[in-house]
Design a protein around this ligand. Structure first.
Ligand SMILES: N[C@@H](CCC(=O)N[C@@H](CS)C(=O)NCC(=O)O)C(=O)O
Length: 238
């Protein structure tokens, strides 16, 4: 069997995309947690020179994760891995739509989310930017509009695809972190944003979509809010 080792970190939304994909395809793999506050020296030397998670070590001999072999291929970047994993297990999931047009729509959805929601989330969480709430609301609206255009159960399809796996970790973190007023936006900006959008009928389709995504077994098996909150407390000294 081909060796797979995921270098990951529970609080990281990018790594979470890959954890969801691995759970969706039912892959057997080794999971190794990299403490980003205290990275082992071998990680940048032998796994990912950028020192980032996620990274997947593919192939090579069966070695302990903390003794990585030069014989495996090390692949970083969550969106590359999100595409690769279902390609490695082509019959195991619906993550990659079989219709190339739907696949293009999934990619467009991810691209749009990466250019709107993700930077707005970072702006509000890490910098407390004054326009963070407005940007997040605009990004939520864009998710709503795309789903409305496609008229499907999930983002672009009636099946759960890479589009859904790419956005879910960020939406889930936005809810718990802003909802708990973690981050550099002064309280109660975050919790007000979450409460207001949940109460406003305009954003209801966004939160309904999130409720649907949360039902995935792949999410339930990879959702560690305690680890996320612990990391947030450490990062934001709360
Ligand atoms: N573009 C990368 C981003 C990965 C990333 O930024 N990961 C963060 C954690 S969420 C990281 O490893 N940062 C390095 C560090 O904190 O030292 C991806 O999509 O995988």
């Amino acid at each position: 069997m081909t060796q797979l080792t995921l270098y990951t970190f529970r609080a990281c939304p990018y790594a979470h995309r890959v954890e969801i994909a691995l759970a969706e395809v039912g892959a057997e793999f080794k999971r190794f947690e990299i403490d980003l506050a205290n990275k082992p020296e071998w990680y940048a030397l032998k796994v990912n020179p950028a020192g980032k998670v996620p990274t997947l070590a593919y192939g090579g001999p069966d070695v302990p994760p903390d003794e990585p072999s030069p014989g495996s291929v090390k692949i970083p970047e969550s969106l590359v891995l999100l595409q690769l994993i279902p390609e490695l297990f082509p019959h195991a999931s619906t993550l990659i739509p079989s219709d190339p047009i739907v696949l293009a729509q999934a990619r467009l959805f991810i691209e749009s989310f990466s250019n709107t929601f993700v930077p707005a989330y970072i702006a509000l969480l890490f910098r407390g930017d004054a326009d963070g709430e407005d940007r997040l609301k605009a990004a939520m609206d864009s998710v709503i509009q795309t789903r409305r255009e496609h008229g499907k159960r999930y983002a672009v399809s009636n099946e759960f695809t890479i589009a859904d796996a790419a956005v879910l970790p960020f939406i889930a973190r936005a809810e718990v972190l802003f909802g708990g007023d973690f981050g550099n936006a002064e309280a109660p900006r975050g919790s007000r944003l979450i409460a207001e959008t949940k109460a406003d009928p305009k954003y209801q389709p966004f939160w309904e979509y999130f409720e649907l995504l949360k039902e995935r077994e792949s999410f339930k098996a990879t959702w560690w809010p305690d680890a996320i909150l612990e990391t947030a407390r450490r990062m934001f000294a709360k």
